[in-house]
Write a protein that binds this ligand. Structure first.
Ligand SMILES: [Zn+2]
Length: 432
């Protein structure tokens, strides 16, 4: 099956031009003004509880927030906003449109977070220094690998990505809207290509491991303990620095932890996509997790996002492979064979009271995510999970050093046959 893989890679090109900082200063002032105006014109409307029928029962769904902000979007408002911003604009008019668009996207994301209970009812403030460009302000010369950005009519800033360390990595890619920073220009390179997808792997994210299931390989267990122990060490270091009032040291630890986390995630994503080529990676949609009733999700799984950078892991894999998402509803308490949903969960082993199917609970969610995806794609529920559950592959990432990047401790599966993973084109390393 052919699928389109969209990839984006961001690279920064240093620029030292005082005009950039001046432009950013104006941009931020205009952006905050646009946000102020949108905020002042936002209406707060009541949202009524909904009544739904589920399984012959009437259920009243009470929205999390009863008062919902509605951003002003009509044409006349937008025109007034634009006219207001144009009054103090020494730059090309398209910059005002760039400001308005960014203001709306900031407000939309605040609104979303507010409705989920993640943001307070406080007007967003712009703190980071940046200016997001619009494609209408850019002219890209792919032959010369040069971008010309309009500052004022007839006045330009030019940057070139020729001869950079990443030039070859983005050969044939298209350039998206750049972001100006005080010290450089951030360029997103995009590519869309068709790739052959033959396999599916479903990932269940847990605090100490990423548990995968694919009918070809069987279970895959990715060890996240090195990441967690690294984070625990830095949490302690940061706490000590904080208690001694050493702000610089604290900041240093924050940056180091972030770098090491990024390094780990990059290696994890590239290791997994190399280990499982031509594969769709299926994850639970973490955005939807909060919509699932709290009682349905065990505490251990709700807490898993606290320390593990799930969203970054998903994003990094999506930059390299096709990714799909399924709803997390009931994935950790449904029988994969007969579909029965158990109410209480105890013990390490899942046992279906209806059909007797047994499976290690740690592995249950990944099988269910896998089956959910197949059903979503219109495949019948014909795979007997017991048949597919054969091999077991253990994968780990060493967080520091260049190699080994991915290691697979040699492990035999419960039935005694050699663990699969050989012939997957990956080197085997001794477990650390
Ligand atoms: Zn069952």
């Amino acid at each position: 099956m052919l699928k389109t893989l969209k990839q984006v890679r961001m690279y920064s090109i240093p620029v030292s031009d005082p005009r950039v900082s001046e432009l950013i200063t104006w941009y931020l002032r205009a952006l905050q003004r646009a946000i102020d105006i949108i905020w002042d014109n936002t209406e707060w409307k009541y949202r009524l509880p909904k009544i739904e029928r589920r399984k012959r029962k009437q259920i009243v769904i009470i929205p999390y927030k009863l008062k919902v902000p509605e951003l002003p979007k009509d044409k006349s408002f937008k025109k007034r906003l634009r006219d207001d911003l144009l009054q103090n604009c020494p730059y090309a008019r398209h910059w005002v449109d760039a400001v308005i668009r960014t203001a709306y996207s900031i407000m939309e994301s605040w609104r979303k977070r507010y409705l989920r209970g993640r943001a307070r009812k406080v007007k967003p403030r712009v703190r980071r220094r940046f200016a997001r460009c619009k494609i209408t302000l850019m002219r890209v010369d792919y032959g010369e690998k040069r971008i010309r950005i309009t500052v004022k009519p007839g006045e330009y800033i030019e940057v070139s990505w020729g001869g950079r360390w990443f030039t070859r990595r983005v050969e044939g890619w298209s350039v998206g809207e750049v972001v100006l920073k005080d010290d450089g220009v951030l360029i997103p390179f995009k590519s869309t290509r068709a790739i052959e997808v033959r396999d599916v792997v479903a990932w269940d994210s847990n605090e100490l491991s990423l548990d995968g299931f694919s009918s070809r390989v069987g279970f895959i267990r990715v060890d996240l303990k090195p990441l967690q122990s690294m984070k625990i060490v830095y949490e302690r270091k940061k706490r000590v620095a904080q208690s001694r009032g050493l702000k610089d040291v604290y900041e240093k630890y924050v940056a180091r932890e972030r770098n090491r986390e990024r390094d780990f995630v990059n290696k994890l994503a590239s290791g997994l996509t190399r280990l499982l080529p031509n594969t769709t990676h299926v994850f639970e949609d973490l955005e939807k997790e909060e919509l699932v009733s709290r009682r349905e999700t065990p505490k251990s799984r709700r807490k898993r996002n606290a320390r593990t950078p799930w969203k970054i892991i998903q994003r990094k894999i999506s930059e390299r492979a096709v990714v799909a998402k399924v709803s997390p509803r009931n994935t950790s308490r449904t029988c994969p064979r007969c579909g029965y949903v158990v109410k209480t969960q105890v013990g390490r082993v899942f046992k279906c009271p209806r059909c007797g199917f047994e499976l290690d609970r740690q592995k249950l969610a990944s099988v269910n995510i896998y089956l959910k995806y197949l059903r979503m794609r219109g495949f019948p529920h014909s795979d007997d999970p017991e048949e597919a559950v054969k091999g077991e592959l253990w994968v780990g990432v060493t967080p520091s050093g260049r190699s080994p990047v991915t290691w697979i401790p040699v492990k035999r599966d419960p039935k005694g046959s050699e663990a699969k993973g050989r012939g997957l084109g990956i080197k085997r390393y001794q477990a650390l």
